[in-house]
Design a protein around this ligand. Structure first.
Ligand code: ATP
Ligand code: MG
Length: 308
């Protein structure tokens, strides 16, 4: 496989957003409450036509951001979930060998195996066509008839080799399948790459992206997120949720509670039907917020919950 490098991509360049404010409003309309920094970077990624590389701890809304952009723009979300060992065949395309084999066998049966060289040439030409091509996410995004958001999720989990492939594809939005020719994107996808930074991504890849670090939201934003996600939760309870989560994050635990856990905790209080958060409620339900026993023990000591 090679990719085209000679020409600029013939992609549509209609901006998706008119301003940073427009990003903020539209994302909020689909339930994603962005900080000014997030909205600004999304706006610029769109305007500059660059991939957006989003790093940050687990559960702060990295993946959700790309889903929200897809919802806002009515685009298809095409996702490449990375894992150790993900390769070109899983990321770009592969040939459907089983189907090719069936076609060869069928051709052999109807003509008598190995009879004529010319027939074999014909079969060979036939089995390297679209019908036998399995497009994986990168190729799907390039060939998509509709506008798309391409999410390359948890890239740090993939082996470093995949970054070379991404560099080629993301610079041209074109892929050459030797048997089919060069396939070029009609709609340049909005590309989001996410990473938990468990390994360093290459400088070459970083250079081609706009970089966005998403951290735990500040209290005011988190309060708005939980209110939007759990609208039936009383405002004072929502405030206490945010305060508790903030205190737990200050403890520097093995795994701090993320936005996802904040929302779960809000739902928990609603399900329990409590109207105030007393220490016993916290102690008995800490497993919603913390996922390691030693973190729970530390929190119980730090928040003085043992006698609750
Ligand atoms: N700004 C936000 N507005 C609304 N909801 C949010 C926001 N940030 C996070 N969430 C909520 O938190 C949940 C977790 O977010 P998400 O799955 O995107 O985290 P992540 O950063 O991709 O985590 P991981 O690194 O574990 O994959 C989402 O399902 C969403 O409900
Ligand atoms: Mg994620």
């Amino acid at each position: 496989m090679t990719t085209a490098t000679d020409s600029a991509p013939s992609a549509t360049a209609t901006p998706r957003f008119t301003s940073v404010e427009d990003v903020l409003t539209k994302l909020a309309d689909v339930g994603y409450l962005a900080s000014e920094a997030i909205a600004t970077t999304v706006f610029l990624a769109d305007r500059l036509g660059k991939p957006l590389l989003v790093e940050g701890p687990a559960g702060v809304g990295k993946t959700e951001l790309s889903k929200a952009v897809a919802r806002v723009t009515g685009a298809d979300l095409i996702r490449l979930q990375c894992y150790e060992g993900v390769d070109e065949a899983r990321a770009l395309y592969e040939w459907n060998h089983a189907k090719q084999l069936l076609r060869i066998t069928a051709a052999g049966a109807s003509h008598g195996a190995g009879e004529h060289g010319g027939e074999w040439d014909e079969v060979r030409d036939n089995i390297f066509t679209d019908e036998f091509l399995l497009a994986r996410p990168l190729l799907q995004a390039i060939r998509s008839e509709n506008p798309s958001v391409l999410l390359i999720d948890e890239l740090d989990k993939a082996d470093v080799e995949i970054e070379g492939l991404l560099l080629e594809v993301l610079s041209d939005f074109a892929v050459t399948v030797p048997e089919l020719g060069t396939l070029t994107a009609t709609h340049r996808p909005f590309v989001v790459l996410t990473s938990n930074a468990t390994r360093e991504l290459s400088e070459a890849l970083r250079r081609r992206c706009l970089f966005l670090h998403i951290d735990y939201p500040h209290a005011e934003l988190e309060q708005r997120i939980i209110t939007a996600a759990v609208p039936d939760l009383d405002a004072s309870l929502a405030e206490s949720v945010v305060r508790l989560v903030g205190r737990l994050r200050d403890l520097k635990l093995r795994k701090s509670p993320s936005v996802a856990e904040t929302i779960d905790w809000g739902r928990t209080l609603l399900a329990l039907g409590v109207d105030s958060v007393d220490p016993a409620v916290i102690r008995d339900n800490l497993g919603v917020l913390l996922k390691h026993q030693d973190d729970i023990e530390r929190a119980i000591d730090a928040l003085d919950l043992r006698s609750a």
